[in-house]
Design a binder for this molecule. Structure first.
Ligand SMILES: Nc1ncnc2c1ncn2[C@@H]1O[C@H](COP(=O)(O)OP(=O)(O)O)[C@@H](O)[C@H]1O
Ligand SMILES: [Mg+2]
Length: 288
């Protein structure tokens, strides 16, 4: 075989085999997942659809190591999650997975910048590095002028962009979003999906987006449909979203501007961006 350059070769990031999850509530047993087999490639922009209660959130929680399966195997980035003890699973979550939730889950007493710094504190980054990284990522999602706003001083769409910044700030390459536009109007919803798409296209981050909004679902390069805890359908689409990237005032547009190198190396996304944005260290704020 002819040896081509090996950039962007498809790698399996997530391998799920025979996944079952049963919840017990008193006498009642709920089979939330009933045998899911699924592979997700690195760099996919996957959407997951299905009626309420079909197991979408359960599936995301298990992929992200928030919950454990009753049976079956989940391998993420070469790691069999079933082999990890609680401590290792917590580390896996912190290092590898960014979560985005419907209601943003930002801490109301902290500014946008401080919210984005939080995962970096857990990972032990020193303060100046945290500030620099959080600031760069907030710039990247179009909120460079909202660094010191608290969640209540931001619109829903802006809060979700802060949450996306928080999800990606620690160089995590897998982002799991559970109804990320469920609380947003259609314009903000579109901006948030555009932002995630831009991050996928420019940085190669893998997204799994749970939604019941068809307008969001159809943005996936692949959609899987769940019903009663099983995958009942799958749709693949071409990469036809390039026009989204060229929009005038899209949040996250900076990600796609030529000023920012399209680094897809597994480390240093933020460092690359920090370099590209030439963050001025002298403007670092001193907190009290
Ligand atoms: N912690 C839990 N305890 C008991 N039942 C649960 C729990 N979490 C989810 N379920 C049940 O599992 C099923 C799937 O839930 P979920 O994954 O949240 O569905 P979806 O996100 O598609 O709406 C539902 O019937 C739900 O009531
Ligand atoms: Mg749900």
């Amino acid at each position: 075989m002819h040896g081509k350059t090996r950039k962007m070769s498809a790698n399996t990031l997530i391998r799920i085999e025979g996944l079952h999850k049963t919840y017990h509530r008193g006498q009642e047993t709920v089979e939330a997942l009933r045998g899911i087999d699924l592979m997700v490639e690195e760099g996919e922009f996957l959407t997951v659809m299905g009626p309420s209660g079909c197991g979408k959130s359960t599936l995301l929680h298990i992929i992200g190591g928030i919950d454990r399966p009753t049976a079956g195997r989940v391998v993420v980035d070469g790691v069999d999650l079933g082999s990890l003890d609680e401590e290792a699973l917590t580390r896996f979550r912190r290092e590898k997975v960014g979560f985005v939730f419907q209601f943003y889950n930002l801490l109301p007493t902290l500014t946008a910048l401080q919210n984005v710094e939080l995962p970096l504190i857990a990972l032990g980054y020193p303060r100046v590095a945290r500030r620099t990284m959080a600031r760069a990522v907030l710039e990247m999602v179009g909120l460079g002028d909202r660094l010191h706003h608290k969640p209540a001083e931001l619109s829903g769409g802006q809060q979700q962009r802060v949450a996306i910044a928080r999800a990606i700030v620690a160089n995590r390459r897998l982002i799991l979003a559970d109804e990320p536009t469920g609380d947003l109007d259609s314009v903000s919803s579109r901006q948030v999906v555009d932002l995630m798409w831009n991050l996928n296209q420019s940085l190669g981050l893998t997204f799994i987006i749970v939604t019941h909004d068809p307008a969001v679902g159809e943005r996936g390069t692949r959609t899987i449909y769940l019903q009663d805890g099983r995958v009942v359908g799958e749709e693949r689409r071409g990469m036809l979203q390039a026009t989204e990237v060229r929009g005038g005032a899209l949040p996250g547009r900076a990600v796609c501007s030529p000023a920012v190198p399209h680094s897809t190396s597994s480390s240093g996304i933020v460092l690359t961006l920090v370099g590209a944005l030439r963050v001025d260290q002298s403007r670092e704020e001193v907190d009290g």
